[in-house]
Design a protein around this ligand. Sequence first.
Ligand SMILES: Cc1cc2nc3c(=O)[nH]c(=O)nc-3n(C[C@H](O)[C@H](O)[C@H](O)COP(=O)(O)OP(=O)(O)OC[C@H]3O[C@@H](n4cnc5c(N)ncnc54)[C@H](O)[C@@H]3O)c2cc1C
Length: 519
Amino acid sequence: MRRYIVNSPFKKLPTQEFDVVIAGGGLSGLYTALNIRSSLRVALLVKANLAQANSLLAQGGIAAAVKDDDSPEIHYKDTLRASAGLANTDNVKVLVENGSAEIKHLALLGVKFDSDDQGNWLTTSEGAHKRARILHCGGDATGKLIMQQMISLVRTRSNIEVFENHFLTDIITHQDNTVAGVVAMGDHFKVLKAGQVVVATGGIGGIYQHSTNYSITTGDGIAAALRAGARLNNMEFVQFHPTAFYNPGSNKSLFLISEAVRGEGGILKNHKGEAFMQFRHKFKDLAPRDVVSREIFREMTEAGTDHVFLDIRSKGQKYLQTRFPTIFDHLKENGISMHNHLIPVLPAQHYFMGGIQTNAYGQTSLQGLYACGEAACTGVHGANRLASNSLLECVVFGSRVAESINNANLKQVDLPDENPAKYTKSRLDIKALTLSVRKMMQDYGGIARSPQGLVHALDHLTKVMAMCELSDLKSSDAFELLNMSLVGREILLAALARRESIGSHYMEEEPEIALYPVW
Ligand SMILES: Cc1cc2nc3c(=O)[nH]c(=O)nc-3n(C[C@H](O)[C@H](O)[C@H](O)COP(=O)(O)OP(=O)(O)OC[C@H]3O[C@@H](n4cnc5c(N)ncnc54)[C@H](O)[C@@H]3O)c2cc1C
């Protein structure tokens, strides 16, 4: 495997020195940065600008046991059940036991969770939660409002330098697997030297044809960590959200209709008007996401249609407009009144449970390399993420990454003498190859998989990777293509290695199992 994207010796590149480099400015990256002690110099890189992160798109909310009828134990059981029993139980305990404290810390930092007239936080239900424990902001604008507050705080911290439009290409390591910094591409390649590097680059949605993620979410940090030799885990587990807005006129990432709409009474219906989830799972429309996505996929396949419907006409206009202002307005702009019309929906790639393997402090298999947020695999989601646990994971584990860095013995770092290999120039049709990778992943690495389909897609991605491996890559499109083929291959290989159906990984004709089957 090609070790570095960059083509020139590190020591010839412009270099800046920091104590910590954080790649990624979503909730996990920003929260980590804010929790790092102010005496440390932090570089924070983002691929586009700070306003373009999936964290800002989060609608439903953030889960935590903050109410009297709830407890970390009940949250723990719900998380484990949704994970099909594959979650890392120690890290789930860390997640649920620290949830309430991190929510209070967010509130202290100025996040305004929706509350009643007495100032008590309002909470709602989402799929597979046995308690209403989802806190939200601005109705359905949770991610946006939390992020706006985090961004404004980061901007006030003099020890944090933000590099917008800077693409993390490479993680630099010494022969003994200790980290020496990163290579980033802004106007040109540059080195940011640091002994502590945090990968917080988010998920992989851009590898699929239909996703609710920003299309720039192409698994770059996971690919850079893989090339540096870090261990990955749970790569076969890709979550498809049951209800993205079906809008054939648009070629953007798909707009999400939050699970909270079903939490507030929304019912899925097929083209005959049948509420099909009533007969498919004990929790009906609020069954775990993998179950609901597959049942929709089944309905669509059997009926030969490309969408089903969500019906929330039981609620009035005023209620829907107040509770779901973002969704209400988006649908209205597209000719749908939530209170009068059925909403056409389809499942779309939404979240990645796999990623860079970490322990409970975000430490990876490489000395000085950390990961948090969606790029990391702490194992808390197992084979399927419980709704609204991902924002919680960002803050709980982001805070622990910062704690670990704050306690680390920071030393002067040197760059390795090794020079990255030279590559021959060759022309790639990057646009066509990118579309082909996305289609392969959608068709064969998606909701329903088969060994033959996985092998077919693997063959294609291996060819694309080989073309990229030999080329002199200069643009972010080209870096993304290499990263997509690398990470896509890891997903397909892991899926091929797991023959049983479990959680979000569904192999056609293989019986489904769950290792924690108590519904
Ligand atoms: C539509 C939608 C709705 C959601 N709703 C919810 C919800 O209600 N509750 C919940 O818990 N979760 C929700 N999620 C999931 C949740 O939002 C994400 O899992 C979480 O925000 C991920 O945060 P993150 O910090 O890991 O990454 P992100 O927020 O995705 O941020 C990634 C950052 O990395 C940067 N980056 C990427 N590649 C590079 C590179 N090569 N170089 C430099 N920087 C790079 C990006 O610029 C960005 O700043 C939702 C997701 C989506 C898409």
